[in-house]
Design a protein around this ligand. Structure first.
Ligand code: MG
Length: 395
């Protein structure tokens, strides 16, 4: 049997560990640029504030709300404490995301689940919900349905059917809105209808990924608990740039920032890449992405930046479009050790930058092209992001 442990409104619960006076209050955690709500307490949810809403729309709906900026360094500290407790309880644990782990359940009982839940509450201070079932997909469904602060064990066929009945297919992890729409075209709207559908039909409609979920929902485990992170298919850095912008200096500065972050990530994973992709999302035009081939396999700032800046004017079309999201993606990955070196590399310079930033601060030494982003680098909350937490298997 497989267990799934998932913290209840994790970012808010983490803030309440260090600021206990926030307990019982409506709390919203704000994202990158202090504008949108990325997590909320049950009290704020009850007031009608959805995730993603900007703070200026949330305050009239929830005037007593308290808003704090996210702090992923702190959330990672608690996440790793939670992971250590689950690892004490089970020999096989997957660090699935910052607040979720899958594990093989040594005792598939309610007593085991609530024992672990109490231990995490006492030692980490964060409430969690736990599900135990024959497969990962069912375990996650049952922990979701047990929220907040619940435990569920799927022990019989009747309990499995009751869990799937009337539950919309989008509740299944791996069925996004597009797949749900394709299923709805054939009259499949609930998890029960999905599990009862013809397996070959599901494979035809949603490929192997859909078929895997079909087996899992029917109680046959096909998705293993992954103890080590699977190989990357690509590495990406980016995200929102805050207020949408058509200021070329500001957008270019974000490209440079994300290339510096990508170089850090490639160095952490000991990877280099053959291609670089730049993807821009606009508020008033369709998304555009283009790919550039590098001269050999590279992981250095100069080569990746040159490729990104070469792509920028071609991806940014029309030039009047307002950019609000971007991604810089390393594609065609190879282990760093196996690559052909260029005659003109300056590894000592990159190494020096790395050593200075390790000693003084992450972005202490950085490209001068990022100078227009005074607001971003002046705000400590931007020093560390969710994707900077290494070791998770779902990122
Ligand atoms: Mg959670």
């Amino acid at each position: 049997m497989i267990g799934h442990v998932d913290a209840d409104c994790f970012y808010v619960s983490a803030e309440r560990v260090r600021y206990p006076h926030l307990r019982g209050m409506p709390v919203g955690v704000l994202g990158n640029h202090g504008a949108c709500i990325i997590a909320k307490s049950y009290e704020m949810k009850a007031a009608g504030v959805p995730t993603g809403m900007p703070i200026w729309e949330a305050t009239p709906i929830c005037p007593l709300g308290v808003f704090v900026k996210r702090d992923f360094r702190w959330y990672e500290v608690l996440s790793r404490k939670m992971l250590a407790l689950v690892q004490q309880a089970s020999p096989r644990v997957e660090f699935y995301s910052i607040d979720e782990q899958f594990f093989t359940a040594p005792e598939p009982t309610h007593a085991f689940a609530s024992g672990l839940q109490q231990k995490i509450l006492q030692q980490v201070g964060v409430p969690v919900s736990i599900g135990i079932a024959p497969t990962k997909t069912l375990a996650k469904l049952i922990s979701d349905s047990s929220k907040p602060f619940g435990c569920g064990v799927l022990a019989s066929e009747n309990e499995r059917l009751a869990l799937l009945r009337d539950r919309p297919v989008v509740d299944i992890t791996g069925i996004a809105r597009r797949s749900a729409k394709r299923l709805a075209d054939y009259g499949i709207r609930t998890c029960e209808e999905f599990a009862n559908a013809d397996r070959a039909f599901i494979r035809w409609l949603l490929t192997k990924r859909g078929e895997d979920l079909w087996w899992e929902l029917n109680g046959t485990p096909v998705l293993p608990v992954q103890l080590v992170r699977p190989q990357h298919k690509f590495v990406s850095r980016g995200g929102s740039i805050g207020k949408a912008s058509c200021d070329s200096q500001r957008v270019q500065a974000f490209v440079v920032r994300n290339v510096e972050r990508l170089v850090e990530a490639l160095s952490h994973y000991h990877l280099c890449c053959d291609h670089l992709i730049l993807s821009l999302l606009f508020t008033n035009a369709p998304e555009r992405s283009l790919r550039s081939s590098l001269l050999g396999s590279r992981a250095d700032f100069e080569a990746l930046l040159e490729a990104a800046l070469h792509l920028l004017p071609q991806v940014w079309q029309p030039a009047s479009a307002h950019v609000h999201y971007m991604h810089v993606i390393a594609d065609g990955l190879r282990p760093l050790d196996n690559r052909q070196r260029s005659l003109f590399e300056q590894p000592q310079l990159a190494d020096l930058k790395h050593r200075i930033n390790n000693a003084v601060g992450r972005f202490a030494l950085r490209s001068a092209a990022t100078l227009p982003l005074v607001d971003v680098y002046g705000d400590q909350a931007n020093e560390y992001d969710i994707c900077d937490i290494y070791g998770k298997s779902c990122f």
